[in-house]
Design a protein around this ligand. Sequence first.
Ligand code: UD1
Ligand code: CA
Length: 453
Amino acid sequence: MPQFTAVILAAGKGTRMKSELPKVMHQMAGRPLIDYVLEKVQKLGIKEVLTVVGHGREIVANHVTERSRVVVQEQQLGTGHALIQSVPWLQDESQVLVLSGDQPLLSEETLKALLELHENSGAAATVLTAMMTNPFGYGRIIKDKGLFQGIVEEKDADLKQKEIKEINTGTYCFRGACLKSALGKITPQNVQGEYYLTDVFKLLISLGEKIETLCTVDSTEALGINNRVQLAEAEEILYDRVRKFWMMEGVTIINPSSVFIDTQAVLNKDVVIHPFTLIKGNTRIEEGATIGPGTTLINCNCHKGCQVENSIARQSVIGENSVVGPFAYLRPGTVLGKGVKVGDFVEIKNSKIEEGSKVPHLSYIGDSTVGKNVNIGAGTITCNYDGRGKYGTIIGDKAFVGSNTNFVAPVKIGKGAVIGAGSTITKDVPDRALAVERSQQKIIENWQTTKDK
Ligand code: UD1
Ligand code: CA
């Protein structure tokens, strides 16, 4: 295949989003819209990528600069005007793929088919189209006896043209030289007073050039995002695709419509996802893990056979066959070894809990290390903050911590040590020692005077 240059149009304000944030930076399934477009272009193996930025240019430019050359459109005078800005970087002999930053659902296969058709037909331009049951808002494809004649925008279309269901997806291929000469001739003579990219086609036809069209098999791919309703629709379509993909890979998803898996997450066979669960970011879930119901995992690593129920975990590692929840909160830096139990109303932050240890109820463990086969009694707290700094508690293997213990960090508990329930531990405890810190129980006989008590 000859060299393609990709141009992504992303300078528009996205007025209909009613937002301070540039449209292409709005998130869909945890990533900005433009990332989906950039990712497809990369997968096609296109090396030369230009992104036209304008509205909110700093935010968009910063975001794309490592993956694309940034071209600035000072004033947003239309899609044609946006593409004109990229002309200095377009070679006459190269092919140009034009995409919109607001069309995240186009598949790699469709784009590949578009490039191939364009190449093989030798056309001056190839337009990617779609059949829409409700074509409102899109440019309509005008054909005469099956031959492409041009594109009419919704706002410029007459009643008859508005009935046309075949729409312009806003994705095209051009021969560099043809595109450059036609772009030089477009004018803003239309209802919106904009330089329409779509006017290029009329010009090319008048020069006798051949234009091809390719209709997407799945019209949802063409969904352009202009407002937040369309954003939600596109996101739902994407989540549906991702769920179906993982189910086909051997993941059980119960009540799929209540489960949301981001595109970058990786699951494995025999994982079971229960309802009302969010799998976000770069989360990895190994074979046989059971996640949910009611669970949110953000950038977590879940090893084989672990179980997480009604819990939230961020940037955490959950060891093989570990059991978490219900109602646990694992904050960044939590690392659970194999066969660990973290039970109800337990919060863990930036701490390591090693193999076989249990923190079953009502605890806070922060900035600490808990060795192997340790039992932490209900209500135990590591007091890791003194108002200025954060300190850790180190608990040795096989230690037994009685309920309602406070560890005033920094403090170190030896291997096999026993802590009496209700102790506030401020000094290190040697291996195998018993530490108890509480006053003697007093018994005052006959405290109640009335006979019936
Ligand atoms: C455009 C097409 C329409 C097509 C639809 C598909 C034109 C004239 N119309 O309409 O035929 O059906 O896409 O979704 O091209 N942009 C700039 N600079 C500008 C204006 C726009 O970079 O001055 C960028 C936007 O950021 C966006 C893309 O171009 O990513 C499309 O612009 P938008 O205003 O959304 O065009 P539509 O009205 O959707
Ligand atoms: Ca659009």
